[in-house]
Write a protein of this length. Sequence first.
Length: 142
Amino acid sequence: MSNDIPRRGIERSFIADEEIRPAVRDGQPGYLIRVRLMSYRSLPLSCIEDIQLSLDGAPVAPERITFVLNGHGHKLGELGKLSRLWWFILDTADLFVASETPLAQGEHAVEGTLVTVEPYVTGGRFSFYYPSSKRLSVAVEA
């Protein structure tokens, strides 16, 4: 039997294969990076322990990142208190990164890690790390 069976379905990754989009949020300029939940089940936002992001090798300070789900933004430090808000596995979210300087057109190296706690796993508290890296282009503003 051969192990060369073609893979089917969509490859899942924390960072989605979509362009980086320039944006303004609450009067602050920046950009959006689309992300996905990597858990095997939906999770309350309180199960997100950390989100790390870097652009072109430079880490993005957590205080510059706002997690945006269903149009509502939450600072990373607030997520641990949001046990009644759920991220469903089929829904995408955005990371809004506040930046006074627009990103240069072209491709950028984007690296991110989603760290979650899975409440469905018994026998202790375990953190799950989902690293991802992509080369994404900046969307051209219309």
